[in-house]
Design a protein around this ligand. Structure first.
Ligand code: BYC
Length: 332
């Protein structure tokens, strides 16, 4: 967004008002002045989040046509549709910062903006639908509940609604896994195999360790992020261990154990080189996910053109209806 530059004395006043709002834990709203780096960080994070929701439809969407029952299909359809909705709320929140959805889409499709690493892993069995709900949406909840209190108003309000829906997603995943664990030994093995594949990538969703997270400190000072990557990762592990026990699955980490002194679970180190590779574009499904998204975008061109033509025509009709008539009779 191009804003009229403030004079230096004005800028100081505006910066002081911004700092005071952040210090009070109040919200910054779109009409408020904000420093450019704050705006850029928000665009980066919210866009990446929106793209994740949209790309995140693909791994599960893969199973809609092969759901094992009508009930499972209806649940999965509803969930994948919710993800599209989350993407839209987030693109709309990002648009309040002066970038258009078309620009953001272009940045995603040309690889200049990122999306979550987790969606670059394949979904190889129906158990993965349950595991994504339980672990991936579980991690998303841990990460996103604090974002309901983020300092930028439109982002925080979008997150409130998203978190309510994520909670349903997490429960449906856990319920699916619980059903499979009560089934045959083959079904139990499918669940364990799926958890083995998704555990470490789920821990990586929280980002690099705090010592290697270039954005965390500033984002936390601005109240964009309320917790560090490592704090949220720890919270997720502590929340998930008892759930795994209730489910009867083993989490694939020999270093996982309760630490009485810390009051938290100790756990092993994720493979940070793997996270870096996936973020760089070298994960198992990066190329496939982007190719699919590009094709869907091109296939949808006629819908965008039709919607634009309809909006223009409606605006023209409204202008004509509002214009005074030349006969002086008024009205139509
Ligand atoms: N994947 O300084 P850092 C969902 C990047 S949607 C890819 O710690 P920051 C769901 C990071 O962007 C899940 N990239 O960054 C949807 C940065 O790169 P740049 C998405 C990652 O921003 C459908 C660099 O690494 N959730 O759950 O302070 C179905 C250094 O990192 C990742 C959100 O987007 C990663 N995992 O913290 C089911 C939540 N981690 O941009 C489920 C909102 C780091 O400087 N986002 N990077 O080049 C956040 O909370 C934060 O952006 C992050 C990263 C914690 C992810």
């Amino acid at each position: 967004m191009t804003t009229t530059p403030a004079r230096p004395d004005q800028e100081e006043r505006l910066q002081a008002a911004f700092d005071a709002t952040i210090a009070r834990h109040d919200r910054i709203e779109p009409r408020d002045w904000m420093p450019d780096p704050y705006r850029r960080t928000l665009v980066r994070q919210i866009a990446q989040h929106a793209h994740s929701e949209i790309i995140g439809m693909q791994p599960e969407g893969n199973w809609i046509g092969r759901a094992p029952s009508l009930r499972r299909k209806a649940i999965l359809l509803a969930k994948v549709q919710d993800e599209a909705g989350h993407g839209l709320y987030l693109y709309a929140a990002c648009e309040t910062l002066g970038v258009s959805r078309a620009e953001l889409t272009e940045l995603l499709l040309t690889g200049r903006q990122k999306y979550s690493s987790i969606f670059n892993y394949p979904t190889l069995s129906y158990a993965d639908v349950g595991t994504i709900g339980w672990l991936v949406d579980g991690a998303a909840i841990c990460n996103q509940v604090p974002l309901c209190r983020t300092s930028y108003g439109p982002y925080g309000r979008a997150m409130i609604r998203i978190c309510k829906e994520e909670s349903f997603h997490q429960r449906q995943g856990y319920e699916l896994l619980m059903t499979m664990m009560r089934g045959t030994s083959e079904q139990r093995a499918m669940v364990q195999e799926s958890v083995d594949r998704f555990w470490w990538p789920a821990l990586m969703m929280f980002g690099p360790p705090d010592t290697q997270s270039p954005n965390s400190e500033r984002s936390m000072a601005w109240g964009i992020k309320r917790n560090s990557n490592d704090e949220l990762r720890q919270k997720f592990v502590d929340m998930t261990v008892p759930q795994a026990e209730a489910l009867g699955v083993t989490l694939p980490d020999p270093g996982l154990r309760w630490n009485e002194e810390r009051g938290h679970h100790d756990f092993g180190e994720p493979d940070w080189a793997e996270l870096a590779a996936v973020i760089r574009g070298d994960g198992p499904c990066n190329a496939q996910r982007l190719a699919h998204r590009r094709a869907a975008h091109e296939d949808g061109a006629w819908v965008r053109e039709a919607a634009t033509a309809f909006a223009e025509r409606s605006a023209q009709d409204r202008t004509e209806a509002a214009a005074p008539t030349t006969t002086g009779e008024g009205g139509r």
